[in-house]
Design a protein around this ligand. Structure first.
Ligand SMILES: [Zn+2]
Length: 74
């Protein structure tokens, strides 16, 4: 199959970029930011005086992540 030497401007090889409106992305970005903040809290600060849940099970569950992210632990 022969190809043309001069590429067409909007062909399958060079598709037009997909536009994603900010109004569609913003709620998901806020959701991801809140979820990330909650995860960072549980990994980094859920122990001792700042703990929401009693006991150490959340700390033990996220212990490897704590060390992976460089939070002070023990
Ligand atoms: Zn540790």
């Amino acid at each position: 199959m022969a190809q043309s030497a001069v590429p067409a401007p909007e062909t399958a090889a060079h598709p037009a970029p997909v536009r994603i409106p900010l109004r569609e992305v913003l709620p998901w970005a806020v959701f991801a930011a809140v979820l990330g903040a909650v995860l960072i809290y549980f990994i980094g600060a859920e122990q001792g005086a700042t703990s929401v849940f009693s006991g150490t099970w959340v700390h033990e569950f996220t212990h490897d992540g704590r060390h992976l992210l460089g939070f002070p632990c023990h």
